[in-house]
Design a protein around this ligand. Structure first.
Ligand SMILES: Cc1cc2nc3c(=O)[nH]c(=O)nc-3n(C[C@H](O)[C@H](O)[C@H](O)COP(=O)(O)OP(=O)(O)OC[C@H]3O[C@@H](n4cnc5c(N)ncnc54)[C@H](O)[C@@H]3O)c2cc1C
Length: 223
């Protein structure tokens, strides 16, 4: 189970902020937050995507696999940035790792999985004892090991991410990670709860059909 920490730089009232930024361009009264909120909602429901880019989201993601973070890194729209835990300076002698449900439910499979992880851990320690530097023994570390990142992106990027990663075809851990982020943001403020409920949805919900080659059947396939 991973952990999401929302950093204080994350915009607290995203809808009001969007309305305020748009208000400057419309010659409106931006000192009135009730009006800003209303204008912000208009921008969002009208799909004026650029206005979503003023909303900052800064998160610490930890306890998720290096593999799912590798997929996280493919969402580059809006030039997000991040730092990742070092594999040179941190001691991963007894690294933690994610066990997929398909493995955890089968005791035999789980035993094989645990043994493989333990063998990697022991090999890493043995290499270090022989004087191999950590940056080189770290080559053995598996994609299933957990990692930590500090991530910054904007709301538009996250809404776009929901289209791909709330899709049933997405990797199960990513769907879980995305659900954890939505839950954490929903608890951050009422405006976030509103945005998450209204905007975060898989692409089939927006398109009305499924564009994936192998569909889950939730929506009809594209003609
Ligand atoms: C089921 C599934 C299987 C996948 N399999 C693989 C795989 O095997 N290998 C793999 O590498 N990836 C895979 N991916 C990841 C996928 O290919 C994309 O990399 C990922 O979804 C991020 O790209 P994006 O366009 O959704 O988001 P972003 O890169 O964040 O882009 C968002 C939007 O911004 C705009 N944009 C972004 N960059 C540019 C640009 N340079 N120029 C112009 N416009 C831009 C576009 O409008 C784009 O739609 C998979 C994803 C899914 C859901």
């Amino acid at each position: 189970m991973g952990k999401i920490t929302i950093l204080p730089e994350t915009t607290k009232n995203p809808i009001t902020l969007i309305g305020s930024r748009a208000g400057y361009c419309w010659g409106a009264d931006v000192s009135d937050d009730a009006k800003n909120y209303k204008r912000g909602l208009d921008c969002i429901t009208s799909d004026h995507g650029r206005t979503l880019e003023y909303v900052n989201v800064e998160l610490v993601l930890e306890g998720y696999s290096a593999r799912v973070i590798r997929e996280w890194y493919t969402h580059i729209g809006g030039a997000p940035t991040r730092l990742q835990a070092s594999t040179r300076y941190i001691d991963y002698g007894d690294f933690e790792y994610v066990t997929p449900p398909s493995v955890a439910k089968d005791p035999k499979a789980e035993e094989i999985y645990k043994k493989a992880m333990s063998a990697i851990s022991e090999a890493g320690k043995a290499l270090e004892e022989l004087g191999v530097p950590r940056e080189d023994s770290a080559m053995l570390l598996p994609l299933g090991m957990t990692t930590k990142i500090v991530d910054r992106r904007n709301l538009r990027n996250l809404v776009d991410m929901s289209r791909q990663r709330m899709c049933t075809r997405a990797y199960w851990e990513y769907r879980q990670l995305f659900g954890d982020i939505c839950k954490a943001l929903s608890e951050y403020s009422e405006e976030w709860a509103e945005i998450i409920a209204d905007r975060m949805k898989p692409k089939c919900e927006v398109l009305g059909y499924c564009p994936e080659k192998r569909s889950c059947g939730r929506k009809p396939k594209a003609q």
